[in-house]
Design a protein around this ligand. Structure first.
Ligand code: ACM
Ligand code: ZN
Length: 486
């Protein structure tokens, strides 16, 4: 016999069991990256196979492209794309894409899956695209009598972006990647709603973008004689003895920019200056302080071969940027600015002249002068300059946005000086670090950054006021490629 007090205990026990079951179910469908703003699980599911139509707004090429891309990603040949003045459910189970221009919020969408099908509403095509990426992550696979089935849970999701800048970086200088690989990278970025691809195109170990005015940047600067084997710290250094390199033609760059745009990703090119310039100077030694000779580097690190600050070098760099600006429709151009040893400037008569002419007190101010010339140039072209946080040294250029990599300190200072900031501290956002303590993890640059640590990163430092915090546009993962050959 169950007494009332025991009955209460039993009910409580059943209630807790029920909560655990619901939580377990919720956890399954909560596996969406990035986590949507709200998720309500309705219980029940439908088969993906039962959906045969994607109903899209009439005469909207973007919507058609998005729907086709979705069907292609799932390799679903039987999907029919139907255009209607007002997309709505019919007898056949369908995915409905509705544009609701009332809210002008590009990243926002709602997604409801129920017995009737899937209803997606967004104020922009980009929002519709994001909803379909979420839908891809909602698919559940199971095997029934040896046959694999894919289903979609009944669910309601309202989503919006917490940050307007969601970047992923790729270094193609230390190792070179084919167009096919870059496209795969962009596909995956789109899947996880990244909206900015930071393409690190030049560095000491290879210049990777065709510049028509200066063909030797790629005929010479895109190739190194050989490459370091193993860690930099393994002494003595060993080399593979193989010539290595490659570059993207301007047509190929355009192809990547368009491919990214199709996935609502903006491409920000990075042209490194005044440091990390060995490959450029190996091609055109006259723009360095000593006149060379310089070499395309075959080991990793920071080198003294930096651009001279003389007027002719600034002219050279602006000529390059003119072609770069024409190729990339992005608002931002990244000019590097990190890790600039000053020893060649200290000894250089031309740099001395610039310092005297401009009334500069030290080499930090000389670096700031160099960056400011480029800032003025890019601003006049309607672009905005981004640089690594070293550009704070010697005074931050008026229109610059700062990418904070040596911790959050530089970003905090920049935000307090009313500059926009992208946070990518090495402690959390360097994806070239070891990611596990597994003995068989392939060679990595060093460090150890767990997935959990990355996922829990908050780009807004608590030391900023809410007003200053608005300058933190978002965060970025950086993928340096010294130890990632393919
Ligand atoms: C950097 O990692 N040198 C920006
Ligand atoms: Zn110089």
């Amino acid at each position: 016999m169950i007494y009332p007090s025991n009955m209460k205990k039993l009910l409580l026990f059943l209630f807790i069991c029920n909560c655990l079951i619901v939580t377990a179910q919720n956890n399954f469908v909560h596996n969406i990256i990035p986590q949507p703003k709200t998720i309500k699980v309705a219980g029940g599911k439908m088969r993906l196979d039962d959906i045969s139509i994607i109903n899209i707004p009439k005469q909207n090429k973007q919507c058609k492209r998005i729907a086709q891309l979705y069907a292609k990603t799932l390799n679903l040949k039987k999907f029919k794309i139907l255009e209607s003045a007002k997309p709505a459910f019919t007898k056949a189970k369908s995915i409905i894409l509705q544009l609701n221009f009332k809210e002008n919020n590009p990243d926002q969408y709602s997604l409801t899956s129920s017995k009737s099908g899937i209803l997606i509403i967004a104020s922009t095509e980009k929002g519709l695209f994001y909803a379909l990426q979420t839908l891809l992550q909602l698919l559940e696979s199971e095997t029934e009598k040896g046959v694999s089935k894919t289903s979609i849970p009944f669910i309601n999701i309202d989503d919006d972006a917490a940050f307007k800048y969601r970047g992923l970086h790729l270094d193609v200088s230390r190792h070179f990647f084919s167009l096919e690989t870059i496209k795969l990278y962009l596909d995956l970025m789109g899947r996880y709603k990244y909206n900015t691809f930071h393409w690190h195109l030049t560095d000491d170990q290879g210049w990777r973008i065709e510049i028509k005015r200066f063909p030797e940047l790629t005929s010479k600067g895109a190739y190194r004689d050989e490459t370091l084997v193993g860690h930099y710290s393994d002494q003595p250094h060993k080399f593979d003895g193989k010539k290595y390199g490659g570059f993207y033609t301007q047509e190929e760059v355009k192809e990547i920019v368009a491919y990214a745009a199709d996935r609502f990703i903006e491409v920000i090119p990075e042209i490194e200056m005044p440091g990390h310039a060995s490959a450029a100077l190996a091609s055109y030694p006259l723009f360095g302080c000593t006149g060379g000779p310089y070499q395309v580097e075959k080991i990793w690190g920071v080198f003294n071969s930096v651009f001279c600050t003389k007027d002719t070098t600034i002219w050279f760099v602006k000529q390059i940027l003119e072609e770069v600006c024409a190729l990339f429709p992005s608002k931002y151009i990244h000019i590097g600015g990190d890790e600039v040893p000053k020893s060649s400037w200290s000894l250089c008569p031309n740099c001395k002249i610039i310092k005297q002419r401009q009334g500069l007190k030290n080499d930090e101010e000389l670096q700031s002068y160099f960056i400011q010339q480029i800032d003025i140039y890019l601003t006049n072209k309607g672009k905005k300059l981004i640089g690594w946080d070293e550009i704070l040294e010697g005074g931050l250029s008026p229109n610059a946005t700062v990418m904070s990599w040596r911790g959050m300190k530089g970003g905090i200072q920049a935000a307090k000086e009313n500059h926009d900031v992208i946070m990518c501290p090495g402690t959390h956002c360097y994806f070239d670090h070891y990611q596990s303590s597994h003995a068989k993890e392939p060679l990595a640059i060093g460090g150890y950054t767990s997935l959990e640590k990355v996922y829990n990163f908050n780009p807004i430092p608590t030391s900023l006021t809410p007003e200053e915090g608005k300058h933190i546009l978002g965060a970025q993962g950086n993928l340096w490629i010294e130890y990632i050959p393919n």
